[in-house]
Write a protein that binds this ligand. Structure first.
Ligand code: S3P
Length: 168
């Protein structure tokens, strides 16, 4: 039985690489944010603005526990998922955690046109974006670094996919 959790910062490719790797490994694919949205009939942005981040993190933890019961699955987490409660320890106990690691410059470039659905980034100007990512990533890195596997994703997509397939 395989259960893989992709973790990493927003824009690191958890969803896009997750879909490809899941298909190549013959696993089901679940995106935790999409799972939450389909359960609550609301976008992540709406949940954030109606209930606040604290409540979102509680929902996220509950939904993580639901999807972690699935078998032969690759789960793409939200960027913050491993950084709250005991979520990281929980994932390490339930499956294989894979950190998709990217630099702030690489992430800022990817995220500059993909901020709208991300409540934590939406209000940042392009100038503020890389600074915010650097600071926020530094706080999150100690959690991400506890993943069982780390893959350097500042690379061409085909190389990243190859590395993921070799290591997952
Ligand atoms: C978040 C990342 C988002 C989503 C929410 C909060 C974060 O997921 O869960 O906006 O705290 O990093 P993606 O990493 O899929 O963008």
């Amino acid at each position: 039985m395989k259960r893989i959790f992709f973790i990493g910062y927003m824009g690191s490719g958890k969803t896009s690489y997750g879909k490809v790797v899941a298909e190549r490994l013959g696993l089901s694919f679940v995106d935790l944010d999409i799972y939450i949205e389909s359960k609550f009939f609301k976008s992540i942005s709406t949940i954030f603005s109606e209930k606040g981040e604290e409540e979102f993190r509680k929902i996220e933890q509950r939904m993580l526990h639901e999807v972690a019961m699935f078998e032969n699955v690759l789960i793409a987490c939200g960027g913050g998922t491993p950084c709250f409660f005991d979520n990281l320890e929980f994932m390490n106990a339930e499956g294989t955690t894979v950190y998709l690691k990217s630099s702030p410059a690489f992430l800022a470039n990817t995220l500059k046109n993909a901020r709208q659905n991300r409540p934590l980034l939406r209000d940042k100007t392009p100038q503020e974006l890389q600074q915010y990512i650097s600071e926020n990533l530094a706080k999150r890195e100690p959690y991400y670094a506890q993943a069982k596997i780390t893959i350097d994703c500042d690379d061409e997509p085909e190389n990243v996919i190859e590395k993921l397939l070799q290591n997952c």
